[in-house]
Every structure is written in structure tokens, then in C-alpha cells.
Design a protein around this ligand. Sequence first.
Ligand SMILES: [Zn+2]
Length: 359
Amino acid sequence: MAGSAGRGVALCVALSAWLAAAEEPKARNVVLVVSDGVRWQEVFRGADPLLMNAKHGGVRNVEALRKDFQRATAPEARQALFPFLWSVLARQGQLFGNRDRGSPARVANGRNFSYPGYNEMLTGRPDPRIDRNDFGPNPNETVFEWLNRQDGFRGRVAAFATWGVFNDILARERSGVAVFAGWSPPLGSDRPRLRLLEELYRTTTRIWEDNALDSLMHAAMKEYVQERRPRLLFVGYGETDEWAHAGRYDLTLRAAHQFDRFLADLWETLEALPEYRGQTLLLVTTDHGRGSGPSEWRQHGEKVRGSEAIWIGALGPGVAPLGERTNAPEVTLGQVAATIARFCAPGSEPRSLPEPLPF
Ligand SMILES: [Zn+2]
């Protein structure tokens, strides 16, 4: 009897060890980076020659723009525009969304604009009630809010964004997530670099009332990462959408290229810190697509054809290096939330979430 009980205990110990191993998080940290309204067409085909002119793209210096971004083939053009995406992420990780090669990615909210998109991305599900950008505080719990209540993540969840509406999207007051959004992010001024950034935020002419400049937000975000080392971080750049609405294809491309440079800089910063190196999942995506055609590229929304089309990239532990996905099952934006939950707290994810991304 004693022997049998001993074997039972041993089996229990082995079983719980196996269960513990199965529940081990795949990555210690997750960083989700978004550039607003970047089309899949630019990501996979590079700059669009149809729009690199004054007539359709509002381009001021056509020659300089073509020199920087026009190339003979799509692989060369996308590499010139997004060097980090194509030489690092699409080699060591995965990139979904190339409709030319049978890998569709889309938003499922039917509205194809920002708040519904970010809600879907961060909660896992579209919410038909969210029908405008000034909707107010999000009634839904995002995966950021949920993780901010889990052991190991409490107080280690942060979001930086140029767009002020992220205070509502992430329900800053209720969720307790550290949100730094818009033109007056609560940076504090305890360090010289933060004091300088606070001054620049305060004194820079506001091109857009509710959307700050990517460069300021990026610099502030990097300071925070170095200082606080969050385990779950959202980073939202907004210029790509603003310049497209303004009809400036030149500045849209330059903002998209700079977004790629910011991404490389962030990844390098993370890889240099022991808390992040080799233990961080990077997810990169956008909140909606845009139309295609000589004027349609500027807009997006329910009535703009094709603006549900997006792209999603991933890099880090747990992501096989399959590169650009081809003939892949369709993925939707809500799977981003599910992937974050699965990576950070496997086995205890909220049941309302869809399947994680198929890495
Ligand atoms: Zn927009």
C-alpha cells in the first residue's frame, strides 16, 4: 500500500510539474506597436508609383521621394520603405496580410476607423456600440486592464500614444493602466530629459489638435522603458493616418518609414536590456486599412472599399521564423488581444477571447 501511495505521490508531482511546464509563459514581456492606418499595400508592395506625384499624392518634391522609395520591384520597394520589417521581423518572425499571396488579415468591426479598431485589437471583439471616436471611456475590459490585475503584471502595464483618445480606449481612470497619450502626457519632470520633453510637448505648434508628434512620443516612451521596464507595453504612432487624410503621400511615406526606424530603435533598446533580451514578444499592426485608387487612398471607413484590410507582424520567442506568410488562414485584429493573453498568462485567459494568432 505504502509503495502504491508513493507511486501516486510521485505521479502527482510529475503531473503538476508537467502542468506547470505547460502553463509557462512563452515570453516574459509583450510589446504591441501600432502605426495608425498604414495600408497593407505599402507594407507588401512598397510605395505606390501612382501616388508619387503632385496630382494624386500632393507630393512637393517628386524627384526626392522617388529617389528614396521608388524601386523596380515590390521586394525592393518594400525593403526601402520598411527596412526593419523586411530585414528583421519578416526573417526572424512572421508577417500576415499579403493579399497578393493569399494571406488576408482584416478588422471584423465593419467600421474601419480607429476607436472600433483599437477596441477590437485590445479586447478581442468588435463592439457595435462603439461607433465614433469621441465615444468616451471604453466600457469593455481590454487585455491591458485585465493583465494589470494579474500577479506579475500589476503596475507593470503601460501605454504611450500620440492620440489623446487612448485615455478613453484604455479606460485610464478605471483600468489603472499607465497611459501617456496626446499632447499632455503625465511625464513628470524628475529627470532632465523628461523636463526637456515636457517643454517640447508644451511649446511645439500643434498641427493636429488631438494627435501629438511621433518623435516626441517615441522619445518619452524610450525614457519610460529604460526607467520602469514595463512587462506589457502599447506604443501607438499616429502621423501615418494624419498625413494620409491631409492628402500628402510624401509625408505619409516619410512617416511610415520613420515608424519603421522607431521600431528598429525600440527593438534595439529592448534587446540591450537584460529584462527584455530574448524574452519579449513584439507584435506590430495597424487599426484599419485605407481605400485604393488616386483619391481613395486618403480615406477609410464603412463606405471605403478595402479599408478593412490590415497586416499583423510578430517577432520573438514562440514565433517560428516563417517570415512572410503565404496561403495562410485569414487572421483578424481581435486575435492580437488573444495572443497577448496567451503569451502573458497561458491557461487563465478570459474565455471571451478568440483564438490567438497561428504562429
Ligand atoms: Zn483616420
